[in-house]
Design a protein around this ligand. Sequence first.
Ligand code: ATP
Ligand code: MG
Length: 402
Amino acid sequence: MNEKNILIVRAGEVALKGMNKPYFERMLVDRIKANLKKISEVGKDKNIDIYRHEGLIYVKAVKDLDIDEIIRETIKVFGVASVSKAVEAESNLDAIGAEAVRYMKGLIESKGIKTFKVEAKRADKNFPVKSPEIGRIIGAKVLVGCKVLKVDVHDPDVLLKVDVRHDVSYIYDSKVNGLGGLPLGTNGKGMTLLSGGIDSPVATWMMAKRGMMIEAVHYHSYPYTSDRAREKVIELAQIVSQYTGKFRMHVINLLPIQEEIVKNCPEEETTIHVRRFMMRIAEKLAKESDCQALITGEDLGQVASQTAEALVVTDSVVSMPVFRPLIGMDKIEIMDRAQEIGTYEKSIEPYEDCCTVFLPKHPATKPRLEKILESEARLDVDALVDKAVASQEIVMIKPEDM
Ligand code: ATP
Ligand code: MG
């Protein structure tokens, strides 16, 4: 019966979604399928099969695939709370007992375990024996089958879980935690402003974790920013796409706009004007791509353009909501998260950024909207935005190894 490896996948918040639960679960199964496709063929009677059954999600994979790799890729999927590698047994006490003995013998051999406790759960309430009694019976069978083992109810080396279901039962002892969150695509689509820095990849990841599909826009100031800087951002986006799946990135040269700003507006206002253009362009692209929100990586007070006053002035050019998932985080927390998701090392590579090209010596930290509007009136805003959008280049971002 055990010619395949089996994973039990537990859905996190998806399980709480009441009436919508089947929809969220279907989305979750689809996302796991998409992510495991890079390992092998996925489908019924294929190398990897993924299906829902009696309220749980299962991944079944042929033995010669690397199960640890399958686990790693499964827990990358947003919406997965945890995963357990399990074995199946027919749902009768003799069969469960025999599998439990085999399972424990394996653990004695691989880990030298000495003590155990059985915890049984009867999901099938028609099963004739109640949960505590199942635990006792299976425990007794294990003691008979594995003479070196003793029961320890307080601090066992192995807590053997027995999950008794209608037709098949499952035996396992450990679980690997996933990322939680909600399956991609269950919460609309966001246009993320992706720089080459530490913050915006984390912000993008966090919104995707809440189920948002992603599309991105990146601004550069070529030739002031180099080709290598552009490559870096693409590579960074590729790391993010390991979680978000493939997405489109609009790449836009902001230099013509920056030059107009520098020519016509007070130097200390440069950053705030540039940011207003970034938001306008992003919103225009977002509308064209059916996005419901913009996503940026500011956290309050970090730099001059991220004071509350500056954010108000930046946001006043768009009508779409701007999601800033990092707003209340400390830089250290953001850096830790960047490390966890694997973007940190790429982000700290030292390449120029379009924001630093015309960085004012003394940026205005508390810009007044009236003053900004006054200097902005000297620019042909709509024409500049349209021109920038028209000159965009679109790059398809997907995980490197796909
Ligand atoms: P990050 O680490 O994300 O670059 P930051 O701390 O450098 O952020 P800012 O330069 O003030 O902060 O940028 C704030 C936000 O504006 C970024 O998080 C990002 O969402 C967006 N942004 C900044 N520069 C660019 C860019 N070159 N292309 C696209 N978006 C950008
Ligand atoms: Mg930056």
